[in-house]
Design a protein around this ligand. Structure first.
Ligand code: SF4
Length: 181
C-alpha cells in the first residue's frame, strides 16, 4: 500500500509531464489532470493529449482528462488577444486552468494540487505560485508551490523527452502564440 500523500498535478503537455511527474512521484501519489482548452488548433490539442496518455502509461499514473472548452477560453481571453506572451492574457489562461484543476481536486477528494507549467523558461513561477496560492485559498486546498525549471529542469526535460521520442511543440498553445511562432 502506497502511503504517499496524494496530489493532483495539472499537466500542460507530455514532454514537461515526463520529467516533472517523474520528480513528483518520488514524494507523492500523482494523479494527472490534462485541462488545456487554450491549445489551438484542435488537432494540436489531440496530439498533445495523446502524447500525455503515453507518458501516463509509461509512468503508471492515473490521467484525468478535462473538457476541451475552447469557446469558453476564447471568451475569457479575447479582450487581451494582443498582449505579449507572459502578459495579462497568460495570467487569465493560467488562472482558468488552475481553477479548473482545484475544482477537479475537490471533486476527487485530493487536498493538494499543483501545475507543472513552471518548468517553462517562458513562464514566471512567481506568477504561477501566486495564482496557485489564491486558488487554493478559494477552494480550501493546498497548492504545492514550485519552480521546476530550477536545477536545469527545462534542459533535463528536453533531453528526456527526446530519448523517449515525444512530440515537443514549438509554441505555447493558443491561437495567439501560434501566430507568432
Ligand atoms: S501564450 Fe500560452 S499561457 Fe499565454 S494565453 Fe496563450 S496558451 Fe495561455
Amino acid at each position: 500500500m502506497d502511503n504517499k500523500p496524494k496530489i493532483l498535478a495539472h499537466l500542460c503537455c507530455a514532454p514537461d509531464a515526463l520529467y516533472v511527474v517523474g520528480l513528483l512521484q518520488a514524494s507523492y501519489l500523482v494523479t494527472g489532470y490534462f485541462y488545456n482548452p487554450n491549445i489551438h488548433p484542435e488537432e494540436e490539442y489531440r496530439l498533445r493529449l495523446e502524447e500525455t496518455r503515453r507518458v501516463a502509461r509509461h509512468l503508471e499514473f492515473e490521467l484525468v482528462e478535462g473538457e476541451y472548452e475552447v469557446d469558453r477560453w476564447f471568451q475569457l481571453t479575447e479582450k487581451f488577444k494582443d498582449e505579449p506572451e507572459k502578459g495579462r492574457r497568460c495570467h487569465i489562461c493560467y488562472a482558468w486552468r488552475l481553477n479548473k484543476t482545484a475544482e477537479k481536486a475537490k471533486e476527487l477528494g485530493i487536498p493538494l494540487f499543483t501545475t507543472i507549467m513552471s518548468i517553462s523558461p517562458w513562464k514566471s513561477s512567481a506568477v504561477l505560485n501566486r495564482i496557485g496560492r489564491m486558488t487554493g485559498r478559494k477552494y480550501g486546498l493546498e497548492f504545492l508551490e514550485a519552480d521546476f525549471k530550477k536545477k536545469d529542469g527545462f534542459n533535463k526535460s528536453v533531453l528526456l523527452s527526446k530519448q523517449f521520442g515525444l512530440y515537443r511543440q514549438n509554441y505555447c498553445g493558443c491561437l495567439y502564440s501560434w501566430r507568432t511562432r
